[in-house]
Each structure stands twice: as C-alpha cells, then as structure tokens.
Design a protein around this ligand. Structure first.
Ligand SMILES: Nc1nc2c(ncn2[C@@H]2O[C@H](COP(=O)(O)OP(=O)(O)OP(=O)(O)O)[C@@H](O)[C@H]2O)c(=O)[nH]1
Ligand SMILES: [Mg+2]
Length: 439
C-alpha cells in the first residue's frame, strides 16, 4: 500500500541529496513532483490543490532557505501538512453500538471480524450481530468469524426483519453491559432508495455511537462518491479503508478527510483476521515520506517476540554481532509476522525498493532443522564448521552437506546485507529527531 507515493516522494526529495542550501527553484521542482505523484496516486483534485497551496506557502514563506538543514525542514513541513490532510490525530472508536455500512463486497463482514479481534485484544468486551437477512449465509459468515475470534455472536432467526434484529440485539447488548456491539448490514451493488431507507431505520433504532463506512480502497475515487451519498443519509462518523494491501496508490486514504469531513479509523491490509491497523495519520505520513513506520513494526514485533529479545536482537544487529542463533530467531520472527513485504514497507527508506519478498515455508523448515542440529558453539562461531561437522549436521537434520552449505552461505549474505543497511539512509538526510515529532 502507498508504495507509489513513497517511491515518488522519496525520489523528489532524494534529488536534493547534495544540496546545502535550497533555492526557490529547487523547492518548486520538489513541489511539482509531489503534485504529479499525488495526482497519479488518484488523490482528489481539490485535496491536491489545497495541500500544495499549504506546502508552497510554508516552504517559501518560512525561512526554509535559511534553515541550517533545509532538507530536513522541508521534510518536516511535508510531514506536518500530510498529517493534516490525513486527518490529524488518530481517532478512537467510541464505545457503544458501531454500525457498519457500505456497498456489496467492500469487506464489511470481514472488517467486523477483524475489529472484534482487535478490540478484544485491547481488553474490551465485544459482541457482534448481523442484520443482513438478504444474502443467504451472510449471517453464518459473521457467526463463523465470531467463533474464530472468540466473541459472542447474537443470533436471531433469519425470518426476522433487520429492524427487529437490531431491536433485540440492542436489548441484549444493554443487558450484558458490553463495551462494543458491532453490527453488520447488507450491501448492495449500487446505492438504492430501499437500502438507504432500511439503514436509516436501523440507525434510528440503534442510535449508534459510530456509523462506519467501509470503503474498498482499490476502487479509488468511486468509493468516495458513494460514501458521500451514505454520509448524507446516515451522517457517518468515520471510514474503514479495506484492501489497502491491493492498492499501491493510496489516493483514497488522502482524500477521505476532506471529501467527507470525517476521518479514516482503520485500514484493512489483508484477508486474515489480524490484517487490520488503526489509522494513524502521523505514521501514514512517515510511510509516504519513506521514513518508515517503526512504531507499527514494533507493535507487531512485540506480539511475536518478547521485547527484551527484540531489543537484544536489534542491538546485536547494530553492533554487527550477528550469529546463526540470531538468524534463526530473526527467521522465526519474520515468519510469525507474515509476509516480508508488508514489514519492509515499514522500514525507513527501503520499503519502496523491496517488494514481493516472502518466506518459503519449506525452505524455512529446512534452515531451522539445520541450525537446530548445530552445537551452541557452532551457532556462535560458524567458522569452526568443518567438513566432518557439516556431515554430522546434515545427518542430524535429515538434509545434505550441500543444504548445510547453503544455510551458511545465506548467513554470510544476511550479515552482509545487514552491514549495508546499517550504512544506508533511505532519505538523503533523515531528520535528526526520531519520528514522529510532537510539537
Ligand atoms: N486483500 C484484502 N481482502 C479483503 C480485505 N477486506 C476484505 N477482503 C476480502 O473482500 C471480500 C469481501 O469481503 P466481505 O467481508 O464478505 O464483504 P462484505 O462487504 O461483507 O460483502 P457483502 O456482505 O456481500 O456486502 C472477501 O473475499 C474478503 O476476504 C482486505 O483488507 N484486504
Ligand atoms: Mg457481508
């Protein structure tokens, strides 16, 4: 997601690499590239105009040119204005009934499963229910998801009307005193009167604390057009952008706030239940500027490896002490976190350059078996692994000497890459302060 913008923004700013002082022409050149990137990314035209106006005013008015490090200042300006465009502060989900609406197939039901899982992980009491009596098996789909997540699904007969289901579900929710009731609704291919009326009646009955519009990011601006119509009838309180994993442009993410006046609250980044992220405008701005999203990366990492271990590993990598034991840890860690490309996108500077890398499960198992067949000493100091040791390791892991050689070679290469990454900075001069800045 957002790769296009990251690539173009990094390139635009990257051209200033050797510059000490910024001329007006250079600022204009960067802004011209930024504008082209935004348009290519399918950002709403008015949004582009507005953002560019703010950037230009600040870049030229404020004494960027006199700043000791003008590129950093330009980056910070871009960062701050992007955050504004993306909606400013992160928006919490208000407790109570959360009604999910949107066109057919945009990901409403899947998103409810994901958000239920997310909220539950945060320690909230969550229940879900569905008023989608139209599509056969729609209710069953949510019920299955609820079982998987481990939250109650309020089941009612499919012969009831959506309004009756809403009423009964609300009663139950109030009685149980849960924090959130997530309510699924039926989708339609196109907006029609009947659907809008039905949703309006459900909304009036439920008096939800949130009405979230679920938009498929891959649809681009079209998604926003229907969102506007929903907004008129239902007064949306926020948007969930789904399928961000399939959308390299990201235009919708930048346009929602200004098009609707409400912000994005979550984004879906895959088909699995964990593939949802709260929408942090500051982190998204960092990603777009190629500064990575270390916070989200660390949050994901903490779920699969204990914090001290993560820090230990990072420290070792920084110091260049990286043995086979560390490589195994890292492989396990990456494997538990999901596809590599999603993670690399969060690393400063390199995200846009590395795409489509994935862990090969079979190869992983083999590597793991080989490393586990080594003695502690061998893992710490792979240099001592001579031919007879290789034969023993191959036998122990049910592999061949050539497999062992491959792992050793991979280890050497990983070590080299780490060295290179250490010496590399994504953007010519990364701001000295760790992102995000808090003013
Ligand atoms: N790649 C990807 N796929 C998603 C995401 N969210 C949902 N999907 C997929 O989109 C498809 C439709 O999802 P549903 O949740 O059934 O959509 P819906 O809006 O409930 O559909 P209706 O109930 O028919 O209106 C499914 O195949 C989901 O797996 C996402 O963030 N990324
Ligand atoms: Mg559905």
């Amino acid at each position: 997601m957002l790769e296009l913008l990251t690539e173009k923004f990094t390139k635009a700013v990257g051209r200033l690499k050797e510059t000490r002082r910024l001329t007006e022409k250079q600022v204009n050149d960067v802004l011209r590239d930024v504008r082209a990137a935004l348009i290519e990314a399918d950002v709403d035209y008015e949004v582009v105009k507005d953002l560019l106006k703010r950037l230009r005013e600040r870049a030229l008015k404020e004494d960027l040119k006199e700043s000791t490090s003008p590129i950093d200042s330009l980056l910070i300006t871009m960062y701050e204005e992007l955050v504004k465009t993306l909606g400013g502060e992160k928006q919490e989900l208000k407790k109570g009934v959360v009604l999910f609406v949107g066109l057919q197939g945009t990901g409403k039901t899947t998103t409810i499963g994901k958000i239920a899982n997310y909220l539950r992980g945060q320690g909230h009491k969550v229940a879900v229910t569905s008023t989608d009596v139209r599509r056969p098996a729609a209710m069953l789909q949510l019920q299955r998801l609820a079982e998987k997540v481990g939250v109650p699904y309020y089941a009612f007969e499919e012969s009831l009307s959506p309004e009756d289901i809403a009423k009964k579900a609300l009663e139950k929710f109030k009685k149980e005193g849960f924090d959130y009731l997530l309510v699924d609704t039926a989708g339609r291919l196109h907006i029609d009167e009947e659907l809008m009326e039905e949703l309006k009646r459900i909304k009036d009955l439920l008096k939800p604390s949130e009405v979230l519009y679920v938009a498929d990011a891959m649809q681009g601006q079209i998604a926003l057009e229907s969102a506007r119509t929903f907004h008129q009838t239902l007064s949306l309180t926020g948007v969930v952008l789904t399928k961000m994993d399939g959308d390299a442009r990201g235009g919708v993410a930048l346009s929602v706030r200004s098009a609707l006046g409400v912000g994005v609250k979550f984004m879906g980044v895959g088909e699995k239940i964990e593939d949802i992220e709260p929408f942090y405008p500051d982190r998204i701005a960092q990603r777009i500027l190629g500064l990575g999203d270390i916070q989200t990366l660390m949050e994901k990492a903490q779920k699969v490896i204990p914090e001290e271990e993560a820090q230990g590993l990072a420290l070792k990598v920084m110091k260049g002490e990286f043995d086979l034991e560390d490589m195994l840890k890292q492989l396990r860690f990456i494997r538990n976190m999901g596809p590599l490309d999603k993670l690399l996108g969060m690393l400063p500077g390199i995200g846009a350059q590395l795409k489509g890398l994935k862990i090969d499960e079979k190869k992983f198992k083999k590597t793991e078996a080989i490393i586990l067949s080594m003695t502690k000493q061998e893992r710490k100091n792979p240099k001592i692994i001579n031919m007879s040791r290789k034969q023993r390791i191959a036998k122990g892991s049910g592999t061949t000497v050539s497999d062992v050689n491959k792992v050793l070679k991979e280890y050497e290469e990983t070590k080299k890459i780490i060295k290179r990454l250490k010496g590399m900075q994504g953007i010519p001069s990364l701001p000295k302060l760790p992102f995000p800045f808090k003013k």
